[in-house]
Write a protein that binds this ligand. Structure first.
Ligand code: COA
Length: 316
């Protein structure tokens, strides 16, 4: 009589990778696509989660840290911390973004995400500033690991009608600042040339537009946007901005809407925490239309920084 086959023994290993040279981006891309795959997703993940996208993302500001679990050599869970240079309360600061949190579908609810996150936090130490834009699948687990929700980001939309560049409509409401003379959308350090080059010049397949304005400061004021196309509709999405006083902030907004008008956009999109958007005329896109909220969680961030913008997230 034949006996039933022996269940295959699981050889489980957990590894901490501290250099991009240790990452196989082809394998990583296949793993991420499969873990995030949704049959009727709004964005086709296979067009975003490519090896070149990950190679770009993991070349930010130093060495990323990844914690991965393999079973019989197969990658089954992974979580990453990507170093990014931020500018907070007038000072440059290296922070880490938690990203690419995934467990293979057939290995879920076995504690792998929790185990990987604990190992990653151990590696980063108790004082490193870390943030994340978690989705509803990971939010609870991240909060339980000692993060706090610092803010929530919203999408704001403004039609380019009646006339986008009409001066009196561009009555900018500067975001609240801890520093009186600095106006900032997004944490990213826009004055650090390497950070700017990495985030806005070297991302494969995406072109960003930059609006400059001479500033009282040695650095020009800057605003970065990107044109998104939905069939024939063109939408300008604002990614990040920084100005050094309120006059410059208004000037920058005016110059930005002029540039966007020349590109014939139908609407302007902003992603930020503020309940009042950066310019008049914006309406908030309801969360139910987007399918999920956009909380931001952090650990060890100085003060009460909440200026997160779209460029601080790895998706746009
Ligand atoms: C989010 C994700 C990484 C979680 O991975 P996971 O390895 O299943 O997570 P864990 O097992 O550590 O914990 C998940 C939950 O399962 C529970 N759980 C763990 N083992 C369990 C078991 N044997 N039986 C029942 N529940 C269990 C945990 O308590 C936890 O509960 P919670 O949802 O109340 O927090 C995974 O669902 C995933 O890859 N989703 C798709 C990609 C994604 O959305 N990533 C997040 C991007 S921000």
């Amino acid at each position: 009589m034949m006996g039933s086959p022996m269940p295959r023994r699981e050889l489980l290993s957990l590894k901490v990778l501290k250099s991009v040279t240790d990452v196989d981006f082809n394998e990583f891309s296949i793993f991420q696509r499969s873990a995030f795959h949704k049959p009727r997703a709004l964005i086709d993940a296979s067009r975003v989660q490519t090896p070149s996208y990950y190679r770009w993302k993991y070349s930010s500001a130093g060495n990323p840290i990844l914690v991965q679990i393999r079973i019989n050599q197969e990658l089954v869970a992974s979580i990453s911390a990507i170093p990014i240079k931020f500018f907070i309360s007038g000072e440059a600061l290296l922070v880490y973004q938690l990203a690419d949190i995934a467990t293979a579908k057939s290995y879920r609810r076995r504690g792998f995400f929790g185990t990987c996150l604990a190992a990653l936090l151990e590696e980063l130490g108790p004082r490193t500033p870390i943030y994340c834009f978690p989705n509803p699948n990971s939010l609870e687990g991240i909060l339980r690991a000692g993060f706090r929700q610092s803010t929530e980001c919203y999408f704001w939309m403004r039609p380019a009608w009646p006339h986008l560049a009409e001066r009196n409509r561009v009555d900018a409401v500067p975001p609240k600042q801890s520093q009186q003379d600095l106006f900032q959308l997004g944490g990213l350090d826009l004055s650090d040339p390497e950070t700017f080059e990495w985030r806005f010049k070297s991302r494969p397949g995406v072109t960003y537009s930059v609006v400059h304005l001479q500033s009282a400061c040695t650095e020009p004021a800057k605003l970065v946007y990107r044109i998104l196309r939905f069939g024939p509709i063109r939408v300008a999405a604002i990614l990040a901005a920084r100005a050094y006083n309120s006059d410059e902030w208004r000037g920058l907004q005016t110059r930005a809407v002029e540039a966007m008008s020349r590109e014939g956009v139908h609407a302007v999109l902003e992603f930020c925490h503020l309940r009042s958007p950066l310019q008049r005329g914006f309406i908030r896109i309801p969360t139910r239309m987007l399918g999920r909220p956009f909380p931001v969680v952090e650990r060890n961030f100085p003060g009460s920084f909440s200026q997160f913008g779209a460029a601080d997230w790895d998706v746009p």
